[in-house]
Write a protein that binds this ligand. Structure first.
Ligand code: HPA
Length: 268
């Protein structure tokens, strides 16, 4: 792995935790850390180098433990660009994980379906993305000489994905795949924007993940991304979108989501 881009002293137990994988948990998916055994929880506010949360009351938590026989780090809660954070802030957790020398990263998120073959409550593996945030997603741009070349090639580890897909297939689960479109938010898209993304080849749309993928790839981590479809994107159905809909679809997906993440961990 490359140099860490993380220059802070960590709480001692984190310095000596040798995780095999980390999981960034998106909106409504944080419950996965409840299944960790031998878990230890750290509040984001106690981790040097993490930005201050802009959301009153909960700053997020980093949980270490064991899941599916792997030593893992779970990140409950993430920093979004639309909250006013910079790309450097948004990617601080990923840079921390690289500093901890964690080689494998599973990023999860909630997204809206552009592709009509996807429905709310479904989990789709992200195989590529489009940056409709129209800004560089590389953390500490200009600091890393190697940075310009790092996002060429596949953003996710297609071999790891293939092993995971095959295992799931043997269990009778067909994992769908798609291209994720990153938008800045915080407003949902207009129907015209979604039609444009559809024509461009996008399958789902969301407001996170792409800066984290860039940072992880830049730092030499292997990456998988699973998206929980929480709604049809704007204009695909006549209903209005709400945050409540996002959370309740994520809840509906619980069992399958946990199963897919465990299978991915077993397939490392
Ligand atoms: N658009 C953008 N971000 C989202 C959506 C959506 O429809 N659903 C969940 N996150």
């Amino acid at each position: 792995m490359k140099r860490s881009l993380y220059e802070h002293t960590l709480p001692a137990p984190l310095n000596s935790f040798y995780g095999e994988a980390a999981i960034v948990l998106g909106s409504g998916l944080g419950y996965l850390t409840d299944s960790f055994s031998q878990s230890t929880t750290f509040d984001y506010r106690d981790i040097p180098g993490f930005p201050e949360s802009t959301v009153e009351g909960h700053s997020g938590q980093l949980v270490t433990g064991t899941l599916a026989g792997r030593k893992v780090v779970g990140l409950r809660g993430r920093f979004h660009y639309y909250e006013g954070h910079s790309v450097d802030d948004v990617t601080a957790p990923v840079r921390l994980l690289a500093h901890m020398k964690i080689p494998n990263l599973i990023i999860t998120n909630a997204s809206g379906a552009i592709n009509c073959a996807f429905s709310p409550g479904e989990i789709v593996a992200v195989t590529d993305y489009m940056n409709f945030g129209f800004r560089s997603t590389l953390p500490l741009a200009g600091h890393g000489k190697e940075s310009a070349a790092t996002i060429r090639g596949n953003p996710v580890d297609l071999d790891w994905l293939e092993r995971t897909t095959k295992r799931l297939h043997r269990e009778g689960i067909e994992l769908k795949k798609g291209t994720y479109v990153w938008v800045l938010g915080p407003t949902y898209e207009t129907p015209a924007e979604i039609r444009a993304f559809q024509k461009a080849g996008g399958d789902m749309v969301g407001m996170s993940t792409v800066p984290e993928i860039s940072a992880a790839v830049q730092l030499g981590m292997r990456v998988l991304v699973f998206s929980c479809i929480t709604n049809y994107a704007s204009g695909i159905t006549p209903e209005k979108l709400s945050h409540q809909e996002v959370v309740s679809a994520a809840n509906k997906a619980r069992q399958r989501f946990s199963y897919i993440v465990r299978t991915a961990l077993e397939s490392i």
